[in-house]
Design a protein around this ligand. Structure first.
Ligand SMILES: *Cc1c(COP(=O)(O)O)cnc(C)c1O
Length: 396
């Protein structure tokens, strides 16, 4: 349960202290309330709590002190009035979208989405009578043209996974609002450190906390953020009644992860920038896309919309699948995984893993070739990473 608080400290300070409600024991680290339920002093107290006439907790599917602390810290980070944590990023995306629509409504979403997010809007929502139109997120005319009288919600992700394309959040929010619809932004790749969708006009922001918020590859988690009104009228009841709740243990790990997020993400981004510059133009690479380079096709929009670049680099290896697999298999330090945002550097081959289920034409439409490799830069020394990458490229 979050409420906007006046706090003039810098965000790094707030990420260490926000939401810490010490017990009478005076513990330094945040307490972990690993409990399903709570007991009441009397039958009258239980009755009042169920009537919402008395503050306090009743059941951890609804709320829990450790989960509350994580939600408060996330809300402070995002500059949101309210936050709700979920068991995974996909639970956050699904809850955020499903809770905004009903049969007969229509959703517009960008085509370049994390695979499961695309399944939610393209396959799941239509099963319940909610239409969906997919557009090229970079093309504002397509967003405008997709609007119907029954359009209720827009959904996008930027920078996109895995191509690192940028969608203009302010412009799309404007189109959504003119149509009487809301905009939900999946902000995983930018992190709250580098991009603030609510300030740019979005109504809702979702995260997979599994990525940079944990940052050390341990727990799944998700977060939905927005105004108190948005969370309470749209999202709250869906979460309480359907139960995609996060474990208090995972919320505690993620809460502690937030304390070090700025340090980690700044270092990982600096290393990613160094690697992108060092590898740019490499003879074994067809293309290298990095949001921090001036040659990114949307460099102007990046400057307007983001306050930092990315921990992610998109590489396109010359040749095809065979050459790319040779490169991936020759890496020694950087490991093959579908995850990202970890302290350990990881590479993904989207066309054979995360985006495998899409037909080749659809992958091409999303810019996912057989040579595309997504690199998530970790906390290793930059020169060890560069040596690993250049050695592996030489082995092709
Ligand atoms: C990982 C990810 C998700 C899903 O999050 P989970 O925690 O794995 O459920 C959603 N969107 C994006 C952009 C992601 O990277």
């Amino acid at each position: 349960m979050t409420s906007p608080k006046k706090d003039d400290h810098h965000i790094e300070t707030r990420l260490v202290h926000e939401g810490h409600d010490r017990t009478p024991h005076g513990e330094t680290a945040e307490a972990l309330f690993l409990t399903q339920g709570f007991v009441y002093e009397s039958a009258e107290s239980a009755e009042r709590r169920f009537l919402n006439e008395e503050p306090g907790y009743s059941y951890s599917r609804y709320s829990n002190p450790t989960i509350d602390a994580f939600e408060q810290r996330m809300a402070a980070f995002e500059g949101a009035e309210a936050a709700r944590a979920t068991a995974s990023g996909m639970a956050a995306v699904t809850a955020a979208m499903v809770s905004q629509v009903q049969a007969g409504d229509h959703v517009v979403a960008a085509r370049a989405l994390f695979g499961s997010c695309r399944w939610v809007v393209e396959d799941l929502l239509p099963r319940f009578g909610v239409g969906c139109t997919l557009v090229d997120g970079k093309n504002l005319d397509q967003w405008r043209a997709a609007v119907r009288p029954e359009t209720k919600a827009f959904f996008l992700e930027t920078p996109t996974n895995p191509g690192l394309e940028i969608v203009d959040i302010a412009a799309v929010a404007d189109i959504a609002h003119r149509a009487g619809a809301t905009l939900t932004v999946d902000n995983v790749f930018a992190t709250p450190l580098f991009q603030k969708p609510l300030a740019l006009g979005a109504d809702c922001v979702v995260y997979s906390a599994t990525k940079h918020i944990d940052g050390q590859g341990r727990c799944l988690g998700g977060v939905i953020l927005g105004s108190t009104e948005f969370i309470e009228t749209k999202v709250q009841q869906f979460l309480r009644m359907t139960g995609p709740s996060i474990s208090p243990f995972n919320a505690w790990v993620l809460l502690k992860g937030l304390e070090t997020l700025p340090l980690r993400v700044e270092r990982q981004t600096a290393t990613a920038g160094y690697l992108a510059d060092a590898l740019y133009g490499h003879q074994k690479l067809q293309r290298l896309t990095y949001p921090g380079r001036p040659d990114h096709p949307q460099a102007d929009l990046i400057r307007r919309q983001m306050s930092g670049a990315s921990t992610m680099i998109a590489l396109e290896v010359k040749g095809g699948k065979a050459e790319t697999f040779r490169f991936l298999n020759a890496l020694r330090l950087i490991r093959i995984s579908n995850n990202l945002g970890d302290a350990k550097s990881l590479v993904t081959h989207p066309s054979t893993t995360t985006h495998q289920r899409f037909a080749p034409e659809l992958r091409e439409e999303m810019g996912i070739s057989d040579g595309l490799v997504r690199l998530s830069v970790g906390l290793e020394h930059r020169d060890d990473l560069l040596a690993d990458l250049t050695n592996a490229l030489d082995r092709i």
